[in-house]
Ligand binder design. Structure first.
Ligand code: TYM
Length: 332
């Protein structure tokens, strides 16, 4: 059976982009076909300025939302990254395989570092090494496939490179993973800024649909989405990014195809209305389940405790092998 690993970072409330680009695939497809692990990657949330209490709160919320989205602990392993020491242990070894230049070329590093500097802040060293920790997350579990949205593809590519380099230098140790992207909605764009990704920690709040937004808030955000001055509904990502984004969201929510759907609409208003309805319907069961889970925090805690135990047992032998292979003396 294939091994699947993926994760979500608790730096903000989860969005429709996280759901359509990743979570839904995990719940509907991956957990049923593979031996899969899904992780709240809290160590990654410390790479930019953070409030400790907020990270704790968002980590708990993200774990609850993963379960609300349909992850079933009888089918997959759900856990929190910092509960399994192997991630940090392996990350250091991979830092000894990765290069400084390769880190500085990462698109997300360049963007986030520039943003931190613009705000007058300093850039944490961990932001630079972030993709190495992410590679450790993946490689520690002998992962075959990493289901992610389009923005993480470069990071998964780096994990592949590091796995191959390590194997070549120190002997076969790691499975070489690959990214799997959803067919539609691999990059959901901000409704107000269709040139930018809908990101959970962004500043364009009115253009972000959060999974826990009330239905009327979701409707308002979709109805106010920026389109363009044209009138025809055509699917053209480069020329009409706002309309293309709505078509992709609608297609992802209804199981259709964005190009085919465009033919069914003659006005932006109808497209927005149907998209709003479709998003509200997709989020309805998730919101209901989230409410039930919030009433039973003991259940979520048990899932995370059992998940960490299972994850530790899987990662330990892989990371121990890497320690031996790279030349460290086994503990006496
Ligand atoms: P994060 O927390 O930003 O996002 C979680 C998942 O959601 C996807 N995603 C999107 N997909 C489509 N459209 C969007 N607008 C959108 N926004 C986010 C992301 O691609 C991702 O799949 N570095 C990772 C977390 C991570 C990880 C890992 C992932 C850490 N270690 C190991 C996989 C394997 C991140 O920041 O994701």
């Amino acid at each position: 059976m294939k091994r699947v690993f993926s994760g979500v970072k608790p730096t903000g409330h989860l969005t429709l982009g996280n759901y359509l680009g990743a979570l839904r695939q995990w719940a509907e497809v991956d957990q049923h076909r593979a031996d899969s692990l899904f992780c709240v990657v809290d160590l990654h949330a410390l790479t930019v300025e953070h409030d400790p209490a907020r990270v704790r709160r968002l980590s708990r919320q993200a774990a609850t939302l993963l379960l609300a989205a349909g992850l079933d602990p009888r089918l997959c392993t759900v856990f929190v990254q910092s509960h399994v020491d192997e991630h940090a242990r392996l990350s250091y070894l991979l830092e000894c395989v990765a290069t400084d230049g390769e880190m500085r070329r990462m698109i997300q590093y360049k963007e986030k570092a520039a943003r931190e500097r613009e705000r007058g802040g300093s850039v944490r060293l961990s932001l630079l090494t972030y993709p190495v920790l992410m590679a450790a997350d993946i490689l520690a579990y002998a992962t075959d496939e990493v289901p992610v949205g389009d923005d993480q593809a470069q990071h998964v590519e780096l994990a592949r490179d590091l796995a191959m380099r390590f194997n070549q230098r120190y002997g076969h140790t790691f499975v070489v993973p690959k990214a799997t992207l959803p067919a539609v909605a691999a990059r959901v764009m901000n409704l107000q800024e269709p040139g930018s990704k809908m990101g959970k920690s962004d500043d364009f709040g009115p253009g972000i649909v959060y999974l826990l937004d009330e239905p009327d808030v979701v409707r308002k955000k979709v109805m106010r989405a920026v389109t363009d001055s044209g009138r025809e509904v055509v699917y053209d990502r480069a020329g009409r990014p706002g309309v293309a984004n709505l078509l992709e969201i609608l297609a992802a929510c209804t199981g259709g195809d964005p190009e085919a759907l465009s033919a069914a609409y003659t006005s932006y208003g109808d497209l927005k209305k149907d998209t709003a309805d479709a998003v509200v319907e997709v989020l309805r069961p998730l919101r209901a389940r989230h409410q039930e889970l919030c009433a039973d925090p003991g259940y979520v805690e048990r899932v995370l405790r059992d998940g960490a135990e299972k994850a530790r047992a899987m990662a330990r032998p892989v990371v121990d092998d890497a320690y031996r292979a790279i030349g460290l003396l086994p503990p006496l």
